[in-house]
Design a protein around this ligand. Structure first.
Ligand code: C2E
Ligand code: MG
Ligand code: MG
Ligand code: MG
Length: 279
């Protein structure tokens, strides 16, 4: 490879990097404006009982309804929100909107189970999770027992004593806690036992390869066994076909979420489901 080629390549990378940096800066400014202009909206995806197919709860998922670009998925804006310190604000907006919406459905007579809201690591670090949850519940009127918080395994591994106490307080109010994307981090059994969690969400990456991939099968069985031993519920995420569902049922998972039943939507098709829940 000649010096000239290398030089050109170097130049290409600089331009590419500058272009990326600029689009990142624009997106950041855009997101800041979007959050102020109330462009954030929440979709809901049913979680179902694997045996009966009944709806047992919902997961709230952020969407950005951009005035020019249309609906933007989290993969595009969550990393930006994290990088530019807007993730806590975004998370609080989703929490408030999700609590309000589910309480409105309850007032319509639709008791759709708990609503699970994703919580980012930065929201834990700020040490005002209890305060923002209390505010969202109070403003909406949603009972604490109808709220679940989903925290990724990776962000749970970084928590300190103060955050642990906050989680214990929330659990004391009746809020349930789920570990999201379980299996992608490195938490130990001892660590899991220390946390006031109720649910493990088996990451989609394992579900994707069920039942043909031996490693995914082994990990799935291990997670279900471990959850049983610790008295936790398992929710399998990203179930798209009957073969995956049948394997999970046979392996002893109790709940799942995926396109096989419903995609995230502003208002799930409640009429299409039997609803089994306490909320
Ligand atoms: P997650 O919390 O693991 O959410 C599940 C994701 O899997 C959602 O993607 C959902 O639409 C998708 N999914 C569910 N079933 C299927 C399926 O059968 N097939 C496929 N291909 N996908 C399925 P979504 O809505 O794009 O969200 C992606 C991620 O963005 C979430 O993963 C979560 O980590 C993050 N996120 C979304 N909303 C929020 C939020 O309000 N706050 C924070 N901090 N993160 C959020
Ligand atoms: Mg989640
Ligand atoms: Mg997940
Ligand atoms: Mg996931």
């Amino acid at each position: 490879r000649s010096k000239r080629d290398g030089g050109q390549q170097h130049c290409f990378y600089n331009e590419e990097m500058a272009r990326l940096a600029l689009s990142r800066i624009r997106l950041e400014a855009d997101l800041r404006r979007g959050l102020n202009q109330d462009e954030l909206t929440v979709y809901f995806q049913p979680k179902v009982d694997l045996v009966t197919g009944a709806l047992v709860s919902l997961e709230a998922l952020a969407r950005w309804c951009h005035p020019r670009k249309g609906m933007i998925a989290p993969a595009e804006f969550i990393p930006v929100a994290e990088a530019c310190h807007l993730i806590a604000e975004l998370g609080e907006q989703v929490l408030r909107k999700a609590c309000h919406q589910v309480q409105r459905w309850r007032l319509e007579g639709i008791y759709c189970g708990r609503v699970a809201v994703n919580v980012a690591a930065a929201q834990l670090r700020h040490n005002r999770l209890c305060a923002s949850v209390a505010a969202a519940l109070q403003e909406s009127g949603l009972p604490p027992g109808c709220l679940c918080l989903e925290i990724t395994e990776t962000s749970l591994m970084q928590i300190d004593h103060q955050v642990l106490q906050e989680l214990q307080t929330l659990r004391g109010w009746g809020v349930t806690l789920a570990i999201d994307d379980f299996g992608t981090g490195y938490s130990s059994l001892a660590y899991l036992k220390r946390l006031p969690i109720t649910t493990l969400k088996l990451d989609k990456s394992f579900v994707d390869d069920l039942p043909s991939d031996d490693n995914s099968v082994a990990i799935t069985r291990a997670v279900i066994g471990m959850a049983r031993a610790l008295g936790l519920r398992v929710v399998a995420e990203g179930v798209e076909n009957a073969a995956q569902r049948d394997f999970l049922l046979e392996a002893g998972a109790t709940q799942a979420q995926g396109y096989l039943w419903a995609r995230p939507a502003p208002r799930p098709d409640f009429a299409a489901f039997a609803i089994h829940c306490r909320c």
